[in-house]
Write a protein that binds this ligand. Structure first.
Ligand code: PLP
Length: 366
């Protein structure tokens, strides 16, 4: 039970100190209790919290403009409260865009898109579907990275392809740049939407503002959440103007959509990330952490990009056991698969804290 945090450090109820190399699952990307974000939230709480989506507020408007600018412009933004809701909105948008009979969303095996019913149906993990069958109709899964399997699935019932640039929950598995480029072409040729789920990879986590930038492509729609508010619960769907325009008033909404409090956190998070050049920090500290991990005999390989990394452990080393042992020694990580430890420290993590984490890892692993 954690009671307090500051930057990369956490303290539990017994006063024990930890280094947080998970960031609440890639959420507190600027660290805990960041003074600029805390001030923005506090000031907004004293100014205007919420007016519902019947009215505009200047904070949500500015946050939408900032998100659109980071994504390259030319789009519209719908704010919601989580990654799953962002994907729900994207799936509804794809269905309206495709029209009746052309409503299928194709996603990848091993993907994770959230826990609500449609987002779960899009999630390519059959075991997660099982207790809740039947799943909603209109979802199809293909092996991640397999271009011909994707091509074979794209019949005239398909409205959209939904992919993560790096499968986060699936074990930190990056899509190749080539795959993403060819998927982009394939979708363009067929008039199918390419929706990228950047809930985990967005907001500088991979060393670019968004994961798709590594492949040099532009998606038609992007879903966002996790790091966007540095811990304030908020998600968003961004879509190209002409795609977003298929939603008519009343088609979609949320009482808390674009609430001033959460969008104030978004504005402050983006401003601080730009001030410190967060993508460059992710590149630099990602390289430092990767180098250290690769030097460890119990680490077979390191996957991922920037500060979204998965250390594949050698045969016989159990990631869950390591996660527990690391936690006792004061390092928060996550066994994202039975053989992979995931690391997602704050993007502004210091050299000293990376080195301290590596030293704990080295001791525990050996
Ligand atoms: C975490 C995650 C989600 C779900 O986000 P929630 O805020 O938990 O609903 C969706 N997609 C990806 C890629 C994620 O990592």
């Amino acid at each position: 039970m954690f009671v307090r945090g500051s930057g990369t450090e956490l303290w539990d109820a017994n006063g024990k100190r930890y280094l947080d190399f998970l960031s609440g699952i890639a959420v507190t990307s600027l660290g805990h209790a960041h003074p600029a974000i805390a001030d923005a939230i506090a000031e907004q709480a004293r100014t205007l919290l919420h007016v519902s989506n019947f009215f505009a507020n200047p904070v949500a408007t500015s946050a939408a403009v900032a998100v659109d600018r980071l994504l390259g412009g030319g789009g519209q933004v719908f704010f919601c409260n989580s990654g799953a809701e962002a994907n729900e909105a994207a799936i509804k948008l794809a269905r309206k865009f495709g029209g009746r009979g052309r409503h299928v969303v194709v996603s990848a095996l091993g993907s994770f898109h959230g826990r609500t019913l449609a987002a779960l149906a899009a999630t390519g993990q059959p075991a997660k579907h099982e207790p809740f069958q039947p799943m909603p109709e209109g979802f199809r899964h293909v092996p991640f990275g397999d271009l011909s399997a994707l091509e074979a699935s794209l019949d005239d019932t398909v409205a959209a392809v939904l992919l993560e640039p790096i499968q986060g929950e699936g074990g930190v598995i990056p899509a190749s740049e080539e795959y993403l480029r060819l998927v982009r072409e394939m979708c363009t040729e067929r008039g199918i939407l390419l929706i990228l789920d950047e809930v985990q990879t967005g907001f500088a986590r991979t060393g670019r503002w968004f994961g798709f930038e590594h492949a040099g492509i532009r998606p038609d729609a992007v879903t966002l959440a996790k790091g966007m508010g540095n811990g304030m619960p908020i998600g968003a769907l961004w879509a190209r103007h002409d795609v977003a325009g298929v939603f008519a008033p009343g088609d979609h909404g949320s009482t808390f959509s674009g609430t001033a409090l959460a969008t104030a956190a978004v504005l402050a998070t983006i401003a601080e990330m730009e001030r410190i050049d967060a993508p460059a920090r992710a590149v630099a500290q990602g390289a430092r952490l990767t180098r250290g991990l690769e030097a460890m005999s119990k680490v077979a390989s390191v996957r991922g990009r920037g500060l979204l990394l998965g250390a594949q452990l050698v045969d016989g080393v159990d990631a869950k056991e390591m996660q527990a042992a690391l936690l006792s020694s004061g390092l928060v990580t996550n066994a994202v698969t039975p053989t992979t430890l995931r690391f997602a420290p704050p993007l502004n993590v210091s050299d000293e804290h990376v080195d301290e984490a590596l030293s704990m890892l080295s001791t525990v692993l050996s």
